[in-house]
Write a protein that binds this ligand. Structure first.
Ligand code: MN3
Length: 229
């Protein structure tokens, strides 16, 4: 990921602010991408300013070690703001202008085979999204060879729990209230129309490779240990 260490800037979107219409409206994008994400970025920069040892860590690394920062009182701020920057970038990059093409590719095939068909996948994803009380996200993650749909509160991120994110849906009210009012279900339906399957497939393949690397490291550690014995 570009600009993945301190100091953070708001990277350009891969599409215009009005490109997701009519599913995600321009005004929401102006405020969400143009004002709310920069506020997370500024707060994260201000937070890391006094901690040079954290400045060289990537967003993923900050999130992964956030629980270890409990003693320094940094666990929650890092979860909120490193998470807030990562999650918003991931959500925005996970969308693309709507097309009439049906989703396809290796990830989509895996979704269909694991959930029976795309409609049942969408039902489960929507159900999980409706269950989030207050603010949070719904994620499709990769976990040891299988896909999982999980939710996180606030700006928490699945990386902290060892999962590899494939796509994310922001279900904070600010993500949909201007267009969909209080009707989160309609927002989720609309968001299905702008999922960036190409990006999601790339993320999925990266997750698979990451998992392979981890397994290889484990295997070579074991080999090394058995040699020592
Ligand atoms: Mn948001």
């Amino acid at each position: 990921m570009e600009n993945n260490t301190y100091p953070y800037v708001n990277l350009p979107l891969p599409y215009e602010l009005n490109a997701l219409e009519p599913y995600i409206d321009t005004k929401t994008m102006e405020i969400h991408y143009g004002r709310q994400l920069p506020a997370y970025i500024n707060t994260l920069n201000a937070l890391l300013k006094d901690f040079p040892e954290l400045q060289s860590l990537t967003l993923e690394e900050l999130i992964a070690i956030s629980e270890d920062l409990y003693q320094d009182g940094l666990q929650v701020p890092v979860q909120n703001f490193a998470g807030g920057v990562y999650n918003h970038r991931f959500y925005f990059n996970g969308m693309a202008p709507p097309t009439n093409l049906s989703p396809r590719g290796i990830l989509f095939e895996m979704v269909e085979s694991q959930y029976g068909n795309y409609n049942s996948f969408k039902e489960v994803f929507k159900f999980e999204g409706m269950k989030v009380f207050g603010s949070g996200y719904v994620w499709l993650v990769y976990d040891n060879g299988i896909l999982r749909i999980i939710t996180t509160p606030n700006q928490n991120n699945p990386i902290a729990k060892g999962f590899c994110p494939i796509f994310a849906l922001d279900v904070w009210e600010h993500a949909y209230f201007l267009k969909h009012y209080n009707l989160r279900a309609n927002y989720i339906e609309d968001w299905f129309r702008v999922i960036n399957w190409e990006q999601a497939t790339k993320n999925y393949l990266e997750c698979v490779n990451q998992q392979k690397d981890i397994e290889m490291q484990k295997r070579s550690k074991k080999k090394l240990q058995s040699k020592k014995l």
